[in-house]
Design a protein around this ligand. Sequence first.
Ligand code: 6GU
Length: 231
Amino acid sequence: MRIDVLTLFPKMFDGFLSESILGKAIDNNLVEIKIINYREFSKSKHKKVDDSPYGGGPGMVLCVEPVYDALMSIKGQEKALKILVTPQGKTFHQEKAYELRDKEHIIILCGHYEGYDERIRDLFDLEVSIGDYVLTGGEIAAMALIDSITRLIPKVINKDESHIFDSFNDYLLEHPHYTRPSEFRGKKVPDVLISGNHKLIKEWRENESIKRTKERRIDLYNKYREEHGDE
Ligand code: 6GU
C-alpha cells in the first residue's frame, strides 16, 4: 500500500513514521508513506498557500492552486483514493479502517486554516473527521487514520497477536488484564486467570468484555448484538 500525505508541517510526521510498529512496517516495505509539503507548489514569491475569504470575515482560506498542483505531481494520483481530513467529514471508525486497508494508494490532505476553498473539496473522494472536537490542523487526524489502517495490513503486527483482527474485538471493549504481582495492596487477581483452565479463562474474558461494553458504550454493544445475535 502507498500513502501520500499533503501537509504544510512535514516535520510533525518524523517521529510518527520512524518509531514502533509503523516504523517497522515501513522498513519492511509493507507500506510506503510519502510526506509532501504542498507549500513547495505555491507560485507566489513568499510561498503563500492561503488568502483572505471572498465576502470578508476573519481567518484565512486555503487556496486551491497549490493543492491541485501538489496532487497532480503525485504519480498514479488518478487511481488513488483521495481523502480530505476535516472536522466537517464523516466520523472515522474501525469498519472504515478495514475498507481503506484494502486500497492500493491513498492520498490524504491536511489543512491548517479556517477553511478550504470549496473547490478543493471537488478534488477529493472522501471527507473524514476523527471525532467531534476541533484540532488546529489535519496532521494528527491523518496520523490517526494511517496508524489504524497500517496495523490492519497483514504481517504488520505479528501472528501471535492476530486476535486483534477478530470481529469480536471490533465492537467490544477489552476485558480487564492483569500481570504480576498476583496480589497488590490487598487486591487479588481473579482466581480464574490463575486456574490454568483455558476454556474458563476465555469465557470469563468474553463475559467481561461484553459487560464492560454494555456499561460504557451501549452504542458499540448494540452493534455487537446486531452482528453476533442475542447472547
Ligand atoms: Cl480531520 N481536522 C481538524 N482540524 N480537526 C478535527 C478533525 C480533523 N477531526 C476531528 N477534529
